[in-house]
Design a protein around this ligand. Structure first.
Ligand code: NAD
Length: 452
């Protein structure tokens, strides 16, 4: 108990500081300026302040500043920003293949760093990040928002409580619909060089969930993949939807001019860097896979069957865990299971608006116990913001840092590396037609019991 009148200075704010956290953002695209920008400005005014914004595109930077309603300086030169603003935290939201540059430069300058997923896109960059993090003594946080939703957490709770005994195998299928799936083929995500393929850019979420749920680390990966729908498979092509003369007979025609926000953020700034946001999904340059399937063996002997589809009529996923004592089946958004005729285009638009719709919804999962019965468990979650995961991740980072973390939601560098290594190994397996050992990719050796 403190005596009345004691003069103590307690760390009350984000990152244990007794003042507001000084934050800079690099990468002022849609994700940066909304989820890691305007939302933080609006929700955590007492905890943090933006002291700088950086991007290679000066026009986008000006729009970002206005959109986020901040009056900090903007910089095309990242190092000048760090030098002048001396931030506590660097938030990295650039194109995936460039994350490592800013993570390493931020850590080396003595800042904590928070990066969007994926941590990085190949094993050499992953090793450089590991080396820089060890040398810096600073924190590197990976923004794995999916873990934080109540639905994902319920699965974790059941597994952690050993409800179905030792997990021996898992079936995991993820379906991106013709709107969301196609969106990756319109821009840099469609190039290996940009996002390391959807094995890394997208599946890093799924592999992180698997690692976290199984509480183990991946040991070996074998994969197949092909590009059979988008890219050169298309019947015709143009540079962008805007410039296309087949607008009327292309199912994938997408009219970016309908969004004032996207016009101001991207189209108005094409002149600076040539970034086309509504690129044709049939461009010849597309070189990633649109069909992906992998087998993953974990260090605790669990084996996983995983697949990712990018042109499904509906958006959703399902997973089944087979244990020595039972089985858990979980899924989200499968329309016929919900007896629901969801409008897939509106669903995708809502997700992309980065809005946080906090309508509470109930989602079922099934817990089967061998030799007895099964139980349907209803989990309360939120419709938007990745099932409520986005909001919870922010609160933990900026408001409730000292709150207990019984399910180990917080993700660090090892989690970030382990999740991308599965995708990188899958890519290599397709190229070589051989199984790839995770231990051969960086100096991290997989452990039967996961470590953060
Ligand atoms: N966790 C999630 O659910 C989620 C959702 C969306 C996006 N993301 C991640 O957020 C990041 C940004 O995605 P986005 O949709 O905003 O992409 P975007 O292309 O709209 O924005 C990326 C920004 O980075 C800038 N940039 C590109 N190369 C750069 C470089 N070398 N140096 C500095 N800036 C550079 C671009 O000019 C652009 O403004 C990606 O890493 C993506 O994977 C995560």
């Amino acid at each position: 108990m403190l005596a009345a009148g004691s003069a103590v200075s307690l760390p009350t704010n984000a990152f244990g500081l007794n003042r507001r956290l000084k934050v800079v953002l690099v990468g002022t695209g849609v994700r940066g300026i909304s989820f890691w920008g305007r939302r933080l400005v609006e929700q955590y005014p007492d905890q943090l302040e933006f002291v700088g914004l950086s991007d290679i595109n000066p026009g986008r930077l000006d729009y970002a500043k206005a959109y986020m309603k901040v009056d900090c300086p903007v910089f095309v030169d990242f190092d000048a920003m760090i030098e002048q603003t001396k931030p506590d935290l660097v938030i990295v939201c650039t194109k995936d293949s460039t994350h490592h540059e800013y993570i390493i430069r931020g850590l080396s300058a003595g800042c904590d760093v928070l990066t969007e997923k994926p941590l990085t896109t190949d094993e050499t960059k992953a090793q450089s990040i590991l080396d820089a993090e060890r040398k810096s003594g600073k924190n590197l946080i990976v923004g794995f928002n999916y873990r934080w939703s109540p639905y994902m957490t319920k699965v974790k709770e059941l597994l952690q409580n050993n409800e179905i005994g030792e997990i021996t195998s898992v079936d995991f299928n993820w379906y991106l619909n013709i709107h969301h799936g196609a969106s990756y083929f319109r821009r840099w995500h469609g190039l290996m060089d940009g996002g390391g393929s959807l094995w890394v850019h997208k599946a890093t979420h799924h592999f992180d969930l698997l690692n976290w749920w199984l509480d183990s680390e991946p040991e070996e990966v074998f994969a197949y993949g092909a590009l059979e729908h988008y890219g050169s498979n298309g019947p015709f092509r143009a540079k962008s939807c805007r410039s296309c003369d087949r607008k009327d007979d292309c199912n994938y025609y997408w009219d970016i001019t309908e969004s004032d926000h996207l016009m101001k953020l991207y189209v108005a700034n094409e002149q600076h860097d040539g970034y086309i946001r509504d690129g044709c999904v049939y461009r010849h340059e597309i070189d990633i896979y649109d069909k992906m399937s992998a087998q993953i063996r974990y260090a605790n002997n669990a084996v996983v069957n995983y697949s990712l589809t990018t042109y499904s009529p509906f958006e959703g996923w399902r997973i089944a865990f087979n244990g020595q004592k039972g089985r858990i089946e979980a899924w989200l958004d499968i329309p016929w299971m919900k007896n629901d005729h969801l409008d897939q285009a509106s669903l995708h638009a809502a997700e992309m608006s980065q809005a946080a719709d906090q309508d509470v919804i109930q989602e079922p999962l099934v817990l089967y116990k061998n030799w007895t019965d099964y139980r349907v468990i209803q989990v309360a979650g939120e419709r938007g913001g990745h099932g409520g995961g986005d909001r919870r991740l922010h609160d933990k980072l900026f408001k409730n840092q000292d709150a207990p973390d019984p399910y180990g939601h917080s993700a660090g560098v090892r989690d970030g590396v382990m999740s991308v290594l599965i995708g990188i190994a899958a890519r290599k397996s397709i190229e070589t037609n051989k199984p790839i050992r995770i231990a051969d990719l960086t100096d991290l050796k997989p452990r039967a019991k996961r470590q953060s």
